[in-house]
Design a protein around this ligand. Structure first.
Ligand SMILES: [Zn+2]
Length: 414
């Protein structure tokens, strides 16, 4: 198998062209099915076709650009939608890697019958629902969910949005796992671990599980001036004490990369002179070890029981979501590691992903792995999101080379 060489200038030029769709300050605003998002998707289809891939958009906005001459294939891609008023590389980089590596294999003449299909998934950023596109692509999205989903920002129904985007009535296509060796996705790290440790590449071992909880505290409203402290049943105060206790307890139980966040607190009636009778907080915990997530939840349940016993407010505990961690293919990780060692010896590490990615969905039906490049300053989901051109180019070449290594192995096996 000859070396597969990607073209750095073309890769960067296409990334900058994609950035122009929905450009906002130094970042991008390309929410799923917005006119800018759809224009970007149509441009990606055209770009794939120019490269010689057979490409079209399906009924959920996914695009799979197929190398129809290939007998052995890898799926490479990511998502092209963005968070609101966010960065230019999140998702976009992995999408353009897929296009560029697919092109490189086509230009090399689909060597040994090997090629790449480029994938662009819709709504990874969950404007309507988590992993809408990748779940649709593996048959994990039913029509009832499409009927009920709404845009989190605008409230528009998903059906209205699909109609507005010209996708209503189009067939949703599922990928056939038997066509592929597996799936590789590259992404910016979105944290500062690689930069802080001086590495240029991260090979993802697993994608964290995310547990989300709602805690509701009930007390009694009364006058904030005349009600003595001793007889108050202040739901707000109960919440604050509880949040403090969670922080203390979790600190003792956390593994090296466990993170937790109280992302939202609401008090009712929410007036300066009224003791709150209701308080509510959303708590999220992330880790890549199910045992760690389990012991955090057990600690939380223990604190709830303590609060109930101690009073003076009632507390309700609700599990909103519990996604388990997803392990990446060990075999694919090793291929990425070999490719990284050749091109960037001593400059890479293995690491878990603290963010969710389409790869965790695709991993349900075929081997999948991910490659990270550093985010400058660890900034993402913000217009300042950026990465060095050298790292962008290196990551793409390493991904292409990892596939070549996987192909050489499978040829030896046969
Ligand atoms: Zn992303």
């Amino acid at each position: 198998m000859p070396a597969i060489t990607i073209k750095p200038e073309r890769l960067l030029a296409d990334l900058h062209r994609l950035r122009a769709f929905g450009a906002y300050k130094t970042g991008v605003h390309r929410p799923t099915y917005s006119p800018d998002d759809m224009a970007a998707r149509r441009w990606l289809v055209a770009r794939m076709q120019e490269a010689g891939l057979s490409a079209r958009m399906d009924g959920i906005g996914n695009i799979i650009g197929q190398n129809t001459a290939a007998r052995r294939r890898l799926l490479v891609g990511s998502h092209s939608d963005t968070q609101n008023h966010a960065g230019w590389l999140d998702g976009a980089m992995g999408v353009i890697y897929g296009l560029e590596i697919a092109r490189a294999f086509l230009e090399a003449g689909t060597p040994g019958g090997a090629g790449v299909d480029a994938a662009v998934f819709a709504d990874e950023e969950a404007h309507f629902a988590s992993f809408l596109g990748s779940r649709s692509a593996i048959g994990m999205l039913d029509e009832a969910e499409i009927d009920s989903a709404r845009n989190l920002t605008t409230g528009e129904t998903l059906r209205q949005a699909l109609a507005g985007a010209g996708l209503a009535g189009l067939e949703r296509r599922t990928i056939d796992p038997s066509r592929y060796l597996g799936y590789l996705e590259a992404h910016i790290e979105q944290g500062d671990d690689l930069e802080a440790r001086g590495f240029n590449l991260g090979i993802v071992t697993s994608i964290v599980g995310i547990h989300q909880y709602r805690l509701r505290f009930s007390g009694v409203s009364n006058h904030a001036g005349t009600t003595r402290m001793a007889i108050r049943r202040d739901a707000g105060a109960a919440l604050v004490s509880f949040a403090y206790a969670v922080n203390e307890r979790f600190r003792q139980l956390a593994a090296e990369r466990t993170v937790w966040t109280v992302g939202n607190i609401r008090l009712a009636p929410g007036q300066v002179s009224i003791i709150p009778n209701h308080a509510e907080m959303l708590l999220q915990v992330r880790d890549d070890d199910p045992a760690v997530l389990g012991r955090m939840r057990a600690a939380l349940e223990h604190l709830v029981a303590e609060t109930r016993q101690g009073g003076p407010c009632a507390v309700e505990f609700e599990i909103l979501a519990e996604s388990e961690p997803h392990q990446m293919s060990r075999h694919f990780q090793d291929a990425l590691g070999s490719a990284a060692s050749r091109m960037a010896p001593g400059q890479w590490q293995r690491m878990p992903s603290g963010a969710g990615h389409d790869a965790q969905i695709i991993a349900r039906v075929m081997p999948a792995a991910m490659l990270f490049i550093p985010s400058i300053g660890g900034i993402s989901h913000h217009v300042d999101e950026d990465s060095s051109e050298a790292d962008i180019v290196l990551g793409c070449q390493v991904l292409a080379d990892a596939y070549r290594l996987l192909l050489e192995e499978t040829r030896q096996d046969n």
